[in-house]
Design a protein around this ligand. Structure first.
Ligand code: NAP
Length: 447
């Protein structure tokens, strides 16, 4: 019987691992499990709706899940519906590719006040993740602080600044389009604790902020004067140089008094979120960098009135029952993708993607990463103990006996069709369905 591998997670890391398995391991059958009824992980549930080109990566991921050697098992929560140990009884090897499901915190007072939210939640909401209550956010703030100078912060600032017209052509669920159309947001403050040279925006994403229909971009020229460390960064990194050039191009642009404004605020670190019943302001301290690029507070404090604070200061993986987890680095400890506990390799267990290396890199980075993991798996496969269960259907039967409505690839295809059809009626490419019960009904052919 051919070897059977389970891949946990159907985002880019998981699907690229499945692709590497069918391409290089020859006769192997791969089950790709996902906690959500729909596949593609962050491509579906974290790529901003106004980025259709990045979203279209799902088409190439779909060709892998469509392969006869690969089976999609959606709506299966590993750790709750089935344990890792049980997976190891049904499969010769298990690849964990669950990404980074939660956010890092700022660690400042007031962070948990109503109106202070994580990028993870906000992004999942506007991408139609069924685990987020559709009413979770009301965009009734007029001023919002988005903390962070990475692409997630940039995505959020851009989305909040978009006009209803710009969003109308996206695949966002209907209730999200309605929430953005009713938005009161007028001022978006992007808060970076270091300077423009140290920002983590990719230049294309940064440039996009300048192309919005409704929003002026405001940047303080004083923030663009390079200190010793920033000058060094700019001379050694073309990405940093390009970012600084883009920002310089925006200086002095007359404010056209468009409807919305994005304020780029560098060298400001949040020290407290202020408010009684909800966020009323964010307290910022001016920073400076020393010659090594370390951030130091200057004691120069300002309270910026805002009614919403979004922390976009990085993602973080969550521990999974039965798997070791390094709390310090927030990843599953591994050696070339082989999971280990205190240096002892756990036979048959592998990890790929953000759960392996942390939340860095672009989607394509996961291809190389997954191949490294699959190479380790293939090297080990001949010596791994064979799975006890003898039928590929045994795992599905076990899940169904526990009341799990497993979504098959045909089930996802039915959801896909329903969304595309709903979008077509509104003149857009797709209208995402975010209600889990509705997704399951459609997948079961009862839609
Ligand atoms: P990121 O690129 O690591 O950026 C995190 C930002 O948060 C940094 O500017 C960091 O500043 C700041 N930060 C961290 N802790 C902070 C604190 N306590 N107070 C204030 N600021 C703090 O992370 P990300 O934006 O979450 O993105 C994750 C990955 O996904 C990246 O590889 C990104 O490129 C990718 N991504 C790509 C796209 C796209 O291509 N459109 C979209 C979304 C995400 P310091 O540098 O000072 O630490």
């Amino acid at each position: 019987m051919q070897p059977r591998v389970a891949v946990v997670g159907s985002g880019p890391a998981g699907v690229y691992a499945a692709e590497a398995l069918i391409r290089y391991a020859g006769e192997v059958s791969v089950d790709v499990l996902d906690a959500l009824p729909a596949p593609f992980g962050l491509v579906r549930y974290a790529v901003a709706p106004d980025h259709p080109r990045t979203q279209s990566i799902s088409e190439s991921l779909a060709t892998v899940l469509d392969h006869p050697g690969v089976r999609f098992l959606g709506n299966v929560r590993v750790g709750a519906d089935i344990s890792i140990d049980e997976l190891l009884e049904h499969y010769d090897a298990v690849v964990i590719a669950v990404g980074a499901a939660t956010d890092r915190r700022m660690g400042i007072p007031g962070e948990d006040l109503p109106g202070s939210v994580s990028a993870t939640d906000l992004v999942a909401w506007y991408c139609g993740n069924p685990d987020v209550d559709p009413g979770r956010f009301v965009l009734d703030a007029s001023s919002v602080a988005v903390v962070g100078a990475g692409n997630v912060a940039g995505d959020i600032a851009r989305m909040l600044a978009r006009s209803a017209g710009e969003l109308a052509a996206t695949d966002a669920p209907d209730h999200i389009l309605a929430a953005f159309a009713a938005s009161s947001v007028r001022d978006i403050h992007l808060i970076a604790r270091r300077g423009p040279a140290q920002s983590r925006f990719t230049t294309r994403e940064l440039r996009e902020l300048g192309d919005l229909e409704l929003a002026d971009l405001l940047v303080d020229p004083a923030d663009l004067e390079l200190d010793a460390h920033s000058a060094e960064v700019v001379s050694s990194s073309s990405a940093a140089r390009r970012n600084v050039e883009v920002l310089r191009g925006w200086v002095g642009q007359a404010e056209t008094r468009l409807d919305r404004r994005i304020h780029l605020r560098f060298f400001q670190r949040p020290v407290e979120v202020l408010g009684t019943d909800r966020v009323e302001a964010i307290r910022l301290e001016r920073t400076r960098l020393d010659v090594d690029g370390e951030v130091h507070g200057t004691g120069d404090i300002v309270d910026l009135p805002v009614q919403m604070v979004v922390r976009a200061v990085g993602y973080r993986s969550l521990p999974l029952d039965g798997l070791p987890f390094d709390e310090g680095s927030g990843v599953v400890p591994h050696l070339n993708g082989r999971v280990h506990r205190d240096g002892v390799v756990m036979p048959g267990l592998y990890v790929a993607g953000w759960a392996k290396r942390g939340p860095t890199g672009v989607i394509g980075t996961n291809k190389h990463d997954a191949r490294e993991t699959v190479r380790s798996l293939m090297d080990d496969l001949p010596a791994l103990p064979r799975a006890a269960a003898d039928s590929p259907d045994a795992v599905v039967q076990l899940l169904e006996s526990r009341g799990v409505d497993v979504v098959s690839w045909a089930g996802w295809r039915a959801i896909d069709l329903a969304e595309v059809e709903a979008g077509r009626r509104q003149g857009r490419p797709r209208a995402k369905i975010s209600d889990r019960a509705a997704l399951l009904r459609i997948a079961a052919g009862e839609g």
